[in-house]
Design a protein around this ligand. Structure first.
Ligand SMILES: [Zn+2]
Length: 309
């Protein structure tokens, strides 16, 4: 099988609080800053609280969702007095950690998120990134107490909208279920373990370790499903069905229940077999998303080692 050489990953950024009410990342960043974790062996580590005013307010965002502000268009939009806070902040973060697509960008960016959905631990990334897939393989092989999965978004870099897209390699670390504004120790520990394993992988990679390739299962976002709504008022007419609730990544077959209307009727899944995730994520009500659907695919990952400069 193919072998890939990549340059060392000497600059790593760990971010939290991109959404100001997702507590695991916020407290992880504060803890890392308290312990002054800035360097680990040959890796320099930058910790960033991405959206401080929204953290202070314990809200997802102030003016608009920061984690949708990192497209090329928005990062190059002129700033005026009426520019929403998060657009200005996205450009600041891009200057600090990017610029996106440049050789000055940090080598690896991990952005910590929480979800109210029963996701376990998920790494979310764009397109094919061998670094992320190898880190995923590594975390999955070491963390056996929790389901570890990877979600792939097929979006070109210019349209990639989230913070990790400003780095050369990056992923969102999505951990749940945890209500917004709430901190659970079990999930905090999960984030800590996954971050430690990520740094450990980077150190091994930089020091010449050869990571064997192999087959990796990923979930590729296919489509998003909205709640049934009243066509005139837009108000919900149904909730997630009890049989779907908390069953992220359990295959949905045609005829399986997905919604239960308030008058008691069941809405069923139609079409092909797909895997639901972000089921009943609280922040997605405003985005008209009840859950996402993914196709499960297997990717052959090449072996990987560092290219000596
Ligand atoms: Zn988030």
């Amino acid at each position: 099988m193919e072998h890939i050489f990549l340059l060392p990953l000497s600059r790593v950024a760990i971010c939290g609080g991109t959404h100001g009410n997702e507590m695991s990342g916020i407290y992880m960043i504060r803890e890392m800053q308290r312990r002054q974790v800035e360097k680990s062996s040959c890796v320099s580590i930058t910790t960033v609280l991405s959206n401080p005013p929204s953290v202070d307010a314990c809200r997802r965002y102030i003016d608009r969702d920061l984690n949708r502000c990192f497209t090329d268009d928005l990062l190059s939009a002129p700033i005026t007095d009426s520019t929403p806070y998060e657009l200005r902040r996205a450009q600041e973060l891009n200057a600090q950690l990017g610029p996106k697509g440049s050789k000055e960008a940090v080598d690896l960016l991990v952005d910590i998120h929480n979800t109210t959905a029963n996701l376990g631990l998920c790494l979310i990334f764009y397109c094919f990134d061998w670094v992320t897939l190898h880190i995923y393989k590594y975390i999955q092989s070491k963390m056996t107490s929790v389901p570890v999965r990877v979600i792939q978004l097929d979006i070109p870099l210019a349209e990639a909208y989230s913070l990790e897209s400003v780095a050369k390699h990056g992923f969102a670390m999505e951990v749940g279920p945890q209500p917004t504004g709430v901190l659970r120790a079990d999930l905090f520990n999960m984030v800590k373990e996954a971050l430690d394993l990520t740094i450990e992988w980077v150190q091994k990679f930089n020091s010449g370790n050869i990571f064997e390739g192999g087959e990796v299962e990923t979930y590729c976002l296919t489509k998003s499903i909205d709640y049934p709504r009243d066509p005139t008022t837009g108000e919900l007419t149904a909730a997630i069905h009890p049989e779907l609730q908390d069953n992220d990544f359990k295959v949905l077959r045609p005829g399986d229940p997905i919604f239960q209307s308030f008058s008691g009727e069941t809405v069923k899944h139609e079409g092909e077999e797909l895997y639901p995730f972000f089921v009943n994520e609280s922040a997605y009500y405003e985005k008209n998303i009840a859950f996402h659907l993914a196709r499960k695919i297997t990717i052959s990952v090449p072996s990987l080692s560092v290219k000596k400069e």
